[in-house]
Design a protein around this ligand. Structure first.
Ligand SMILES: CC(C)CC(=O)C(=O)O
Length: 466
């Protein structure tokens, strides 16, 4: 059974070769995109004391960075559709580097919001989307494995950056550390340099994808559109909001992201609330990250098998639902050992969703529309990503107990998981119906063409005989 959406790339992706170098580059770019905002929290205590600001004021540095990374999605998509992934990732790396160097000279917390938060966040957006997009141009058959490997960059870079940041902080303070991080993040430029446009083999001739690939994939501009509208539509495919599968994915993800990150954010505080010491609480996060690191490539491998790939949306639905079940059971976990078991199962669930999140979108809209689709999805997810943890924190403040927060996150994950199962069952049936109809139409068309040709041949033969 074919995947839910054809590639429509107009060429056969290599599914290997230089593609594996691109996966490694995406591993670096995606790793920095997701791990960088989290790893900066190590400096927050000193920065908070230095600028005499509150916990929430310092927390906004990471929140603004994450929000800019998500809000920068459509901008990143437009740039990728126009120039391709390589230059956008390299510019993104330079932006994050400049942001960290400028922040190291900051004299107010506002400077950090603007530098680290806005400039750095958009720089990370120019790393995330292009890295995800280019994988879809190199892989079709092995794409779930490629996506799973690339998404593994996040836990790997985080487990490297976290101790490195602690060492830099102890040795050079936050200003010196920011200056050094400004050089370390230039590795995103190196990763971008590896993202060579795919050589398309169309009718035997090889041609490099110039990055303006969207121009030959878009529908013609409708004459009624104004020039600015048609220009905007040229780079952002708004027809996606009429795409059944895309709407299912979008609706489910918006709900899901209200409960996706909070259990990670509150895992250590919840353990300390239970009377567990800070090192044992930190061990829970290390356990979670270690499991996450291994389950992502494993999930990509499983998603690539002939049993799962044709119905990979069910695999994604299971991963989302499994997250919800973990959080609903967490408050029942007995003592520290129970929390360690929860951290293992949560790491499995979080890693499965992370490995499948973008593969599921590519499977639905096809690699040729993924760049625009992921930009639209990320800017809409910006809200729940930002609001999720504060809402969960508010539940803890109101009830003075974490269990209601875990119940809420469990519902926020289980409901979209069940929604995905139901809606993708319906969507798969509709796709199969539409495919049968298109095959019937094609057969009828080719039959009519054949009959027309035969009658023309007979006519020619009679004229020759006559
Ligand atoms: C949003 C997920 C797909 C990835 C993530 O947040 C992470 O890797 O930390």
């Amino acid at each position: 059974m074919p995947p839910a959406a054809a590639t429509n790339l107009g060429y056969t992706p290599p599914d290997g070769g230089w593609g594996w170098a691109v996966v490694f580059a995406a591993f670096i770019s995606i790793g920095f995109s997701y791990a960088f905002p989290k790893s900066l929290t190590i400096y927050f205590k000193e920065i908070q004391e230095y600028f005499s600001v509150s916990y929430s004021e310092i927390a906004w540095v990471s929140s603004v960075m994450l929000a800019s990374m998500y809000a920068g999605g459509p901008v990143s998509s437009v740039l990728v559709n126009r120039y391709g992934s390589r230059p956008v990732v390299m510019v993104g790396g330079l932006m994050v580097s400049a942001a960290m160097v400028l922040a190291s000279f900051g004299t107010t917390i506002i400077h950090l919001y603007l530098c680290v938060g806005v400039i750095g966040g958009f720089g990370l957006a120019f790393n995330l989307q292009p890295a995800l997009t280019i994988i879809g141009t190199y892989f079709q058959v092995k794409r779930p494995l490629a996506n799973g490997l690339a998404m593994t960059g996040s836990p790997v870079v985080l487990s490297t950056l976290a101790p490195l940041n602690q060492f830099l902080f102890d040795s050079f303070g936050w200003r010196g550390s920011f200056l050094i991080l400004g050089s370390i993040v230039l590795n995103c430029c190196v990763a971008g340099a590896l993202m060579r446009p795919v050589k398309k083999k169309c009718n035997g001739a090889a041609a490099e994808d110039t990055g303006a690939q969207l121009s030959n994939l878009l529908t013609e501009e409708s004459p009624s559109e104004s020039r600015s509208q048609s220009c905007m539509h040229k780079f952002i495919d708004f027809s996606l909001f009429k795409h059944r599968g895309f709407l299912i994915y979008l609706i489910g993800n918006v709900v899901m992201f209200f409960g996706f990150f909070a259990p990670v954010v509150f895992l250590a505080p919840y353990a300390k609330h239970q009377g567990i010491d800070e090192y044992s609480a930190a061990f829970l996060l290390s356990t979670f990250a270690l499991v996450d690191m291994f389950i992502r490539p494993a999930t990509g491998f499983i998603g690539n098998t002939k049993w799962i790939r044709p119905r990979i949306q069910y695999f994604f639905s299971f991963a989302v639902s499994y997250n919800g079940i973990c959080h609903l059971l967490c408050p029942l976990a007995p003592g520290y050992v129970g929390l360690v078991v929860y951290a293992v199962f949560f790491g499995l669930a979080f890693g499965m969703v992370s490995a499948l999140l973008f593969e599921a979108l590519m499977d639905i809209v096809g690699a040729h529309r993924f760049s625009t689709a992921v930009g639209l999805v990320t800017i809409i997810e910006c809200g729940p990503v930002l609001l999720g943890p504060p809402i969960s924190g508010a539940l803890v403040d109101i009830f003075g107990d974490y269990k209601y927060m875990y119940y809420a996150c469990g519902v926020f994950m289980l409901v979209p998981g069940i929604f995905f199962f139901i809606m993708h069952y319906y969507n798969y049936k509709k796709l199969d119906e539409e495919q049968r109809q298109s095959v019937t139409v094609e057969m009828r068309t080719s039959k009519d063409t054949l009959e027309l040709k035969m009658s023309q041949d007979d006519k020619t033969a009679h004229e020759t005989d006559g």
